[in-house]
Design a protein around this ligand. Structure first.
Ligand SMILES: Nc1ncnc2c1ncn2[C@@H]1O[C@H](COP(=O)(O)OP(=O)(O)OP(=O)(O)O)[C@@H](O)[C@H]1O
Ligand SMILES: [Mg+2]
Length: 288
């Protein structure tokens, strides 16, 4: 565990020393303490909303072995990131393009094969990734919980967004996640989205409860990005495999995502200067 902590810290601090390239995309990692709280729906619909507003967005489905952003977008991709590495596929054949031109790099279920990658395969992959430089945002959808790969993805990103629902179990698990982030000194701030709220008041109250506990016991800044209403249209959209911002752009959840997207567009965070290649280089380091 100590080795791991040291490595995560090195990765995080290494990224600060990188030169900030103008064209480097901003990397947002979306995660949660508890599973099933709405990460994938948030990632897919936020990406679509940013793309609709003129940004170039790539979704990287980094949920190890369990990714389903493709299903939410109505795709059944033939290939995933491991076909690029092991089967000589071109990146264009693997990335699928969705509504408004949003891009998805499917993580597939073979991501644990990272351990098998040779240096030659790795370099060839990074070479292919350089074709992807023309991006404004990369949004990573991680699995839930506190584990090595999730903490690694957080360390590689410019912005950390934690999804919480008003349920006490979700708040508790998010607290544990933040505690690990602080313990390993991975990030000094995080943004919070409260999902499945019955009204705006519940969103603010949940955030206040969470940030109160965090500020009392942990050394990290947490900002409120907004809430997303409990919305039947979202459930329908999942069943129909059509993202709600496309199928129902006026539904409550879509309006909430639009507000959050506008907030993100207004945030002037310093990019860590990660090129797409730099990002994936460090992702490989997490697993090796
Ligand atoms: N705002 C909402 N309104 C109504 N239902 C919702 C909302 N957000 C999520 N859900 C329900 O929760 C389910 C799980 O959402 P999602 O797959 O996005 O969660 P997740 O955090 O990515 O899960 P996992 O941890 O398994 O990856 C959805 O299929 C939907 O039924
Ligand atoms: Mg998910």
């Amino acid at each position: 565990m100590l080795d791991q902590a040291q490595r995560l810290r090195q990765m995080a601090s290494g990224s600060k020393e990188r030169n900030v390239a103008k064209s480097s995309p901003k990397i947002i990692t979306v995660t949660s303490g508890k599973g099933g709280v709405g990460k994938s729906n948030f990632v897919v619909n936020l990406a679509l909303t940013l793309q609709k507003n003129g940004k170039k967005v790539l979704i990287f489905d980094a949920d190890v072995g369990m990714g389903n952003d493709d299903v939410l977008l109505g795709f059944m991709p033939k290939y995933n990131v491991f076909d690029i590495i092991f089967n000589h596929k071109d990146i264009e054949d693997v990335i699928v393009t969705g509504p408004y031109g949003v891009k998805l790099l499917p993580g597939g279920s073979g991501i644990t094969r990272v351990n098998e990658i040779t240096n030659i395969q790795r370099n060839a992959f990074l070479d292919k990734l350089s074709k992807l430089e023309d991006l404004d945002y990369i949004i990573m959808d991680t699995g839930a919980g506190v584990n090595r790969s999730v903490l690694g993805f957080i360390a590689c990103s410019d912005e950390l967004v934690i999804i919480i629902t008003p349920e006490p179990t979700s708040i508790m698990d998010a607290y544990s996640l933040i505690k690990a982030v602080v313990h390993f000194k991975i990030k000094s701030k995080a943004k919070v989205v409260i999902n499945r709220t019955l009204d705006k008041k519940e969103g603010q109250a949940t955030f206040d409860k969470f940030s109160g506990a965090v500020k009392t016991f942990l050394k990290i800044d947490v900002d409120y990005l907004g809430s997303i209403s409990e919305d039947r249209k979202l459930i329908e959209a999942v069943r129909n495999q059509k993202p709600f911002v496309v199928a129902n752009p006026n539904c409550e959840a879509a309006q909430d995502i639009l507000k959050i997207s506008n907030k993100i567009l207004g945030i002037k965070t310093e990019s860590t200067g990660n090129s797409v290649q730099g990002l994936f280089k460090r992702i490989f380091n997490i697993f090796s």
